[in-house]
Write a protein that binds this ligand. Structure first.
Ligand code: 5GP
Length: 188
């Protein structure tokens, strides 16, 4: 999407070899009007495919996922990275290793927010190594539900995420696809 690419060029900041900082409009401060527009586009891409719920992974995926769910008229479920005590014991869990942050966590979903008849759209901010999204797919499949696809705002196409997801039969839609970083600049 031109709109997102322009925003990335204007406000994104390349950190080191492979990180794009988007704190000013996605991760820390949120450009609400932009998120609404992206949510609308995301919803259009997946409309008519029998999606029953939108899932995201806390916390940066929440804003675009919320607008996507609103547009599709569906519930939004937030997969938890922290094992909150009040979720109880009736949960699906899977371990996710975050290479970006060099930590691992138990991705957690309460069993009462998914059923075997659900067809789930996963929405997240970034697709990099694909570990977070693959964890979400594992949880959905543990619950015998199906995955409609993965929608991300930004894909770093030079990292293996898309390949990993597609090899599991998951359709990936990226609103901006970054080919690489050259001299501290983003190349689409
Ligand atoms: P994964 O490597 O599992 O695909 O990425 C996991 C998560 O790391 C993404 O959902 C995103 O929150 C974060 N992430 C990965 N790459 C970047 C990046 O270049 N910039 C920012 N801001 N977050 C990233």
């Amino acid at each position: 999407m031109k709109l997102l690419e322009e925003k990335i060029l204007q406000e994104g900041e390349v950190l080191g070899e492979d990180i794009l900082k988007v704190d000013g409009f996605i991760n820390h401060q949120i450009d609400v009007a932009l998120m609404e527009e992206l949510g609308r586009d995301m919803a259009e891409h997946f409309r008519g495919q029998g999606v029953t719920k939108v899932f995201t992974i806390e916390s940066s995926g929440i804003a675009p996922a919320l607008f996507t769910a609103r547009e599709l008229g569906l519930p939004l479920v937030i997969l938890k990275k922290q094992n909150a005590k009040n979720l109880g014991t009736k949960v699906w869990q899977t371990e996710v290793v975050s290479y970006t942050k060099d930590i691992s966590y138990q991705l957690t979903l309460a069993k009462n927010y998914i059923s075997d008849s659900d067809h789930v759209l996963i929405v997240d901010d970034f697709l990099a190594n694909g570990e977070a999204a693959t964890g979400a797919v594992r949880l959905i499949r543990k619950a015998h539900a199906t995955v409609a696809g993965l929608g991300v705002l930004i894909e770093k196409a030079f990292q293996p995420g898309r390949k990993k997801l597609e090899s599991q039969g998951i359709h990936v839609y990226a609103q901006a696809s970054i080919k690489g970083f050259q001299g501290g600049k983003v190349v689409f």
